[in-house]
Design a protein around this ligand. Sequence first.
Ligand code: EPZ
Length: 418
Amino acid sequence: MEAYLIDGGRPLDGVMEIHGAKNSVLPIMAACVCCAGTCEIRNCPRISDVETAVAILRHLGCRVERRGGTLAVDAAGLARCDIPAKLMRDMRSSILFLGALLARCGRADLVLPGGCALGARPVDLHLQAMGRLGARAEQAGDRITCRAGALRGQEFTLRFPSVGATENAMLAALGCRGTVVLRNAAREPEIVDLAQFLRVLGAQVSGEGTDRLTVQGGAPLHGAAYTVMPDRIETATYLCAAAGCGGDVFLAGAERRSLEAVISVLGRSGCQITEEASGLRIQASGRLTPPGSVATAPHPGFPTDAQAPVMAAMLRAAGTTGFTETIFENRMRHVPQLRRLGADITLYGRRAVVRGVGTLRGADMEATDLRCGAALIVAALQAEGESRVTGVPYIRRGYEALAENLRNAGAAVTLQNE
Ligand code: EPZ
């Protein structure tokens, strides 16, 4: 079994590279299906979820070619509208091909998607959105069958600002006759990136980043080139590693604008985070100051994906930090693993109280989802002695060249294929 071996307890110092955003490139890859042309997706990260999306695109009949950091997707040859269970179950964002296939060919035959076990993760909001646009969307067991007669423009409100349901509605709206207005839309930066990509394809989209998103359906779409935004959660993860270990780290390619909530918390804990010409620099030393309680919320609130890494950064702070997870019902699975290092964490359902300890000691831990794995790495880097983190496939879903990146900042991390 593969494992990250980490000899922790030292400050980080050096340059780390931030890659294209996983949660932006995946909906953008699905959106390529909507246009019978060739799209060039630049700054495309080398992560396993992208490999899964490539396999889905090729299954559908698209030609996909990687040229360095760019992925060329030619969807002219799209020949089918079904996706096999094996590919659907490898990740959550396979569900985004629902809206894209409806827009392109008026039908989609899928099964429920996979993804990190953070709770029930239903797709009711996705199916309701397809229904509001005029499609007949049915779920029987784990099978999803969707038929669009004539998708029509509509104004409707999401019960919850679901990121995926917002993205699916945007993609299906491309095939509608008339105007689609989505209220209570998600406002995440990845939604903004998708909207900008759709506009370069020729779509008429406005309101992204607000809770009222408008798409004029039926615009003719053409191939285009687009550069994916930097991954804000990868950035948050490495900021947390430097915060917890202390040191001086430059994150090349990182942007401040999509991470204000996380930077505010780390700033309150005593880290100096400055924006430079082509990235972010973080400087930290000594024990962190507890930043006050942290509660996750839809953007622009504190991102749920950063909850576990920030908790790991606060394990040795000089006091108590409270974390409340409001988005997913089962996103505290990193807590029992972090306790193996000697962390003092008390769980009350979706709320965790972290009491800073002076020392963490290396231990064996197992990642149970992507950001849990990130948190275990952040914590192990602070621990005296060697830690072993398994569950590497989870981490590979969202972090390109993690061990190499951390080694460039002076960390003793190796990936062992046992
Ligand atoms: C996206 O997941 C991200 N994944 C997640 O990142 C992220 O945590 C999440 O948004 C919230 O920001 C990708 O973009 C690929 P949601 P998504 O729909 O779209 C409930 C990571 O680590 N819900 O906004 O699945 C749902 O159960 C991953 O990179 C319904 O009830 O998130 C959850 O409680 C993890 N019905 C809440 O809404 C639905 O139909 C938020 O889910 C859909 C969602």
